[in-house]
Design a protein around this ligand. Structure first.
Ligand SMILES: [Zn+2]
Length: 88
């Protein structure tokens, strides 16, 4: 048995299971989290957060790629797949 708590699927012991994309009609596994920083009118797209936060939305790869900020907002993308290192 599983329940939905704050957008995250957890089992009966409260352990987090795979989180799904928060977009309507999309149930693909989320790989990124979009967080709205209202104070700065900034939307930050980064790796999936460890736990759901207020004002944040989990997105699958497709929706993370396609997401765009509301009018007047800035979108900041962090690498979803780790930092690219420098080569010597
Ligand atoms: Zn999606």
């Amino acid at each position: 048995m599983s329940i939905i708590l704050n957008g995250a699927a957890v089992d009966s012991l409260g352990r987090a299971m795979i989180r799904a994309c928060s977009r309507t009609a999309c149930s693909v596994e989320a790989v990124a989290t979009l967080t709205f920083v209202y104070a700065d009118s900034m939307a930050v797209l980064g790796p999936l957060a460890l736990r759901p936060e207020p004002h944040s939305y989990d997105l699958c790869a497709k929706h993370a790629e396609r997401t765009s900020p509301p009018k007047g907002w800035q979108l900041v993308r962090h690498s979803l797949y780790g930092e690219v290192g420098f080569t010597a």
